[in-house]
Design a protein. Structure first.
Length: 175
Protein backbone atom coordinates (compact mmCIF):
# COMPACT_ATOMS: atom_id res chain seq x y z
CA UNK A 1 0.00 0.00 0.00
CA UNK A 2 1.24 3.46 -0.83
CA UNK A 3 1.47 5.67 2.25
CA UNK A 4 -0.80 8.23 0.63
CA UNK A 5 -3.69 5.78 0.09
CA UNK A 6 -6.23 4.17 2.37
CA UNK A 7 -5.91 0.46 3.06
CA UNK A 8 -7.17 -1.61 0.12
CA UNK A 9 -10.03 -3.04 2.22
CA UNK A 10 -11.22 0.48 3.09
CA UNK A 11 -11.07 1.48 -0.58
CA UNK A 12 -13.04 -1.61 -1.65
CA UNK A 13 -15.62 -1.07 1.09
CA UNK A 14 -15.84 2.64 0.22
CA UNK A 15 -16.80 1.99 -3.40
CA UNK A 16 -19.03 -0.99 -2.60
CA UNK A 17 -20.87 1.11 -0.03
CA UNK A 18 -21.09 4.06 -2.42
CA UNK A 19 -22.88 1.78 -4.89
CA UNK A 20 -25.13 0.35 -2.18
CA UNK A 21 -25.99 3.77 -0.74
CA UNK A 22 -26.80 5.27 -4.14
CA UNK A 23 -28.94 2.25 -4.92
CA UNK A 24 -30.64 2.59 -1.55
CA UNK A 25 -31.35 6.30 -2.03
CA UNK A 26 -32.96 5.61 -5.41
CA UNK A 27 -34.90 2.63 -4.04
CA UNK A 28 -36.10 4.75 -1.12
CA UNK A 29 -37.20 7.54 -3.44
CA UNK A 30 -38.99 4.98 -5.62
CA UNK A 31 -40.78 3.49 -2.61
CA UNK A 32 -42.36 6.79 -1.66
CA UNK A 33 -43.21 7.86 -5.21
CA UNK A 34 -44.46 4.64 -6.81
CA UNK A 35 -47.48 2.57 -5.95
CA UNK A 36 -46.95 0.01 -8.71
CA UNK A 37 -43.38 -0.90 -7.73
CA UNK A 38 -43.68 -0.46 -3.97
CA UNK A 39 -43.69 -4.15 -2.94
CA UNK A 40 -40.55 -5.25 -4.76
CA UNK A 41 -38.78 -2.03 -3.77
CA UNK A 42 -39.57 -2.74 -0.10
CA UNK A 43 -38.34 -6.29 -0.59
CA UNK A 44 -35.05 -4.85 -1.91
CA UNK A 45 -34.82 -2.00 0.63
CA UNK A 46 -34.75 -4.19 3.74
CA UNK A 47 -31.88 -6.57 2.88
CA UNK A 48 -29.93 -3.74 1.26
CA UNK A 49 -30.27 -1.71 4.46
CA UNK A 50 -28.97 -4.61 6.55
CA UNK A 51 -26.13 -5.12 4.06
CA UNK A 52 -25.18 -1.45 4.43
CA UNK A 53 -25.27 -1.81 8.22
CA UNK A 54 -22.97 -4.85 8.15
CA UNK A 55 -20.60 -3.18 5.69
CA UNK A 56 -20.56 0.02 7.76
CA UNK A 57 -19.64 -1.91 10.90
CA UNK A 58 -16.92 -3.78 9.02
CA UNK A 59 -15.68 -0.55 7.49
CA UNK A 60 -15.57 1.20 10.85
CA UNK A 61 -13.59 -1.68 12.41
CA UNK A 62 -11.07 -1.65 9.54
CA UNK A 63 -10.91 2.15 9.57
CA UNK A 64 -10.20 2.30 13.32
CA UNK A 65 -7.55 -0.42 13.09
CA UNK A 66 -5.59 0.96 10.15
CA UNK A 67 -3.60 4.04 9.33
CA UNK A 68 -5.15 6.76 7.21
CA UNK A 69 -3.26 8.99 4.82
CA UNK A 70 -2.64 12.46 6.19
CA UNK A 71 -4.54 15.40 4.80
CA UNK A 72 -2.39 17.72 2.68
CA UNK A 73 -0.27 20.00 4.83
CA UNK A 74 -1.36 23.04 2.81
CA UNK A 75 -5.05 22.30 3.34
CA UNK A 76 -6.68 25.11 5.36
CA UNK A 77 -7.68 24.22 8.92
CA UNK A 78 -11.35 24.96 8.15
CA UNK A 79 -11.33 22.42 5.30
CA UNK A 80 -9.63 19.85 7.53
CA UNK A 81 -12.30 20.31 10.20
CA UNK A 82 -15.11 20.05 7.64
CA UNK A 83 -13.51 16.88 6.20
CA UNK A 84 -13.26 15.25 9.61
CA UNK A 85 -16.76 16.28 10.68
CA UNK A 86 -18.28 15.11 7.40
CA UNK A 87 -16.64 11.70 7.75
CA UNK A 88 -17.94 11.34 11.31
CA UNK A 89 -21.42 12.26 10.05
CA UNK A 90 -21.16 9.84 7.12
CA UNK A 91 -20.18 6.96 9.38
CA UNK A 92 -22.88 7.95 11.87
CA UNK A 93 -25.58 8.00 9.20
CA UNK A 94 -24.37 4.77 7.58
CA UNK A 95 -24.87 3.11 10.96
CA UNK A 96 -27.92 5.03 12.21
CA UNK A 97 -30.14 4.85 9.12
CA UNK A 98 -30.33 1.05 8.87
CA UNK A 99 -30.66 0.70 12.65
CA UNK A 100 -33.48 3.25 12.76
CA UNK A 101 -35.11 1.51 9.79
CA UNK A 102 -34.93 -1.83 11.61
CA UNK A 103 -36.26 -0.26 14.81
CA UNK A 104 -39.02 1.47 12.84
CA UNK A 105 -40.14 -1.75 11.15
CA UNK A 106 -40.03 -3.59 14.47
CA UNK A 107 -42.13 -0.88 16.13
CA UNK A 108 -44.58 -1.05 13.22
CA UNK A 109 -44.89 -4.80 13.57
CA UNK A 110 -43.32 -5.40 10.16
CA UNK A 111 -40.74 -8.16 9.69
CA UNK A 112 -37.25 -7.42 8.42
CA UNK A 113 -36.79 -10.11 5.80
CA UNK A 114 -33.57 -10.79 3.98
CA UNK A 115 -34.92 -13.21 1.40
CA UNK A 116 -34.72 -16.96 1.35
CA UNK A 117 -37.01 -17.13 4.37
CA UNK A 118 -34.52 -15.35 6.62
CA UNK A 119 -36.24 -12.97 9.02
CA UNK A 120 -34.39 -10.85 11.57
CA UNK A 121 -35.76 -10.58 15.09
CA UNK A 122 -37.72 -7.50 16.10
CA UNK A 123 -35.59 -5.04 18.05
CA UNK A 124 -38.53 -3.61 19.99
CA UNK A 125 -42.12 -4.58 20.69
CA UNK A 126 -44.84 -3.23 18.42
CA UNK A 127 -45.48 0.41 19.30
CA UNK A 128 -47.48 2.75 17.09
CA UNK A 129 -46.17 5.79 18.96
CA UNK A 130 -42.53 4.76 18.49
CA UNK A 131 -43.19 3.96 14.82
CA UNK A 132 -44.73 7.43 14.41
CA UNK A 133 -41.48 9.00 15.66
CA UNK A 134 -39.05 6.74 13.81
CA UNK A 135 -40.65 6.90 10.38
CA UNK A 136 -40.16 10.66 9.79
CA UNK A 137 -36.75 10.43 11.51
CA UNK A 138 -35.68 7.74 9.03
CA UNK A 139 -36.83 9.94 6.15
CA UNK A 140 -35.10 13.05 7.54
CA UNK A 141 -31.84 11.17 8.02
CA UNK A 142 -32.08 9.70 4.50
CA UNK A 143 -32.36 13.21 3.04
CA UNK A 144 -29.50 14.29 5.29
CA UNK A 145 -27.39 11.42 3.98
CA UNK A 146 -28.23 12.38 0.40
CA UNK A 147 -27.10 15.97 1.00
CA UNK A 148 -23.97 14.82 2.80
CA UNK A 149 -23.09 12.39 0.01
CA UNK A 150 -23.56 15.13 -2.60
CA UNK A 151 -21.29 17.41 -0.56
CA UNK A 152 -18.77 14.57 -0.22
CA UNK A 153 -18.78 14.07 -3.99
CA UNK A 154 -18.37 17.79 -4.61
CA UNK A 155 -15.43 17.89 -2.20
CA UNK A 156 -13.84 14.86 -3.87
CA UNK A 157 -14.14 16.51 -7.28
CA UNK A 158 -12.76 19.77 -5.85
CA UNK A 159 -9.72 17.91 -4.52
CA UNK A 160 -9.28 15.85 -7.67
CA UNK A 161 -9.86 18.49 -10.33
CA UNK A 162 -9.01 21.83 -8.73
CA UNK A 163 -6.62 21.32 -5.81
CA UNK A 164 -5.05 18.17 -7.31
CA UNK A 165 -3.68 17.40 -3.86
CA UNK A 166 -3.99 13.60 -3.77
CA UNK A 167 -7.06 13.45 -1.51
CA UNK A 168 -9.26 11.88 -4.21
CA UNK A 169 -6.44 9.57 -5.29
CA UNK A 170 -6.13 8.29 -1.70
CA UNK A 171 -9.49 6.48 -1.98
CA UNK A 172 -9.24 5.33 -5.59
CA UNK A 173 -7.24 2.51 -7.16
CA UNK A 174 -5.06 4.51 -9.54
CA UNK A 175 -1.60 5.90 -8.95
Amino acid sequence: MMKDQFHIVIRLLHWLMALAIFTMLFVGAGMVSSVANRDWLYDLHKPLGITILVLAILRLVVRLSSRTPPLPSNMPLFMQLVAKLSHVLLYGLMLALPMIGWLMLSAGGYPVTLGGGIELPALVAKSNSLYAVLRPLHTLLAYSLLLLVLGHMAAALFHGLIRRDGVLRSITFGK
